[in-house]
Design a protein around this ligand. Sequence first.
Ligand code: SIN
Length: 521
Amino acid sequence: MKVIVVGGGVAGMSFARGPSGLMGPGEVDIQLISKAPPETSNSHAAQGGVAAVIHPSDSWEQHRDDTIAVGAGRCDVDVVERVVRKGPACIQELLNIGARFDTDTQGRLSAASEGGHHAPRVVHHSDHTGVELVRVLQEQMRNANNITIKETLLALDLLVTEDKRGRRCYGVRAIDIHSGTVHELYADLVVLATGGAGQVFRHTTNPIGATGSGVAMAVRAGVPLRDMAFVQFHPTALYDPQRKGTFLISEAVRGAGAVLLQPDGTRLMEGLNPTADLAPRNVVARAMHTVMREQNVPHVWLDATRIGKRFVQQFPTIMAHCKAIGLDPIKEPIPVMPAAHYLCGGIRTDVQGRTALAGLFALGECASSGLHGADRLASNSLLEALVIPRHAAAAVMVGEQLGALPEDRELGRYIDTGSTAAIAAVVAVLRDVMTDRVGILRDDAGLCEAILELERMHVKVDRAWAAGERSLSFYELRDMVAVGRAICEQAIAEPRNAGTHWNGDLVPQTHNQQDLTFDRA
Ligand code: SIN
């Protein structure tokens, strides 16, 4: 069987690794393609860690309940239970393959606190857990002789065929970003693990490649999405107008005792939610956004001085980044603002990653397995990216094969028409529209304006396509417009506010910060 995995982050690599002993040479040949090395993925950038129950005083039932509460009742309970129950085994398996996690003085795994968790539950490697996970999984990829890796292929479209048994995916069209050669790659199964879409917003913690290509390919192939209205904004991105890109200040910093302050130095979250600074992300981000808007300030403050010298040891990456821009978190508060962080929805899948299109699986952030609902519990994303791919790999072993596949073929080279500056201008407008109309606080009028604007962009993109535009930046714009439209369309259709979706025109009109995570209809 031949499988193409699109995306080189933790979800894609966990799938490619397969459940121990199940996949081997001759059984499944895996071609792992990505447009850049895993070091540029969202997974690699993950600071926090993997949510898993490791303390005897904690329980998988509590982890389930926290996930469902933050997901505002929109999670699939069966999926939640299946995933969180696997947390401890998943950590053990990572330890078995050489992952290193922080431990206490007695050698027991140490777990950090993050928002929405009623127990310290975030297993981590300092403040760069993603780097460690990518390291061990990459090692596994290199040692497997049934996996070939190509890190310069941008997937453009799914290849879909139809016969009397229905539609099915049989490969992908992809472009080599160095040579410009377009390829058709054929497979029994395609697995999308392309990550997030934070780049459709003005400020995002996501890397530059997070343009939602997997979701966009699914849209073009008519594969159903789910929960696209729910975009998580992380409360504490570093406010640094001098720098392109947005650096994350991990929620674990608040878990270690840091608090948010208003511009006048008073506590921002006190009295707004019983768990104050560790409320679910949507609650904290909305409170910050409201303060910033009402007081017309570009950021608020995160006071980590109360952590003291422990900060250096617990958060070396954050410390180094702050120091490099002349900021000392031990002595002074950090300017922070919310930034787009995680797409809670995506391509609709079951708990094994199966989509509605035969021959197509989706995993990780580009998928919507039903785990996250209307907001994602902190550090549940890496857990999902480790657990569901294992289920998927097991399902693939008993999956249907297409029989003799054609040889992969080259379609020729794309022509860069040189309209990069014009495309960058359209992308900037797209980001402004998405941020100002489809961001943390929404209303009907803004959503309608966004839909119209994105519809205009979609028409322009179609015309440019018909006229032969094929540059790399154009392909990314085409994807971002498709994802932006999907977010807008599902946001306007949401009948009630829940989790990250807050439309001021839905009842109730006020948005006090108490208990915003629950159904308000
Ligand atoms: C963080 O470290 O704050 C991010 C972790 C996550 O997104 O779950």
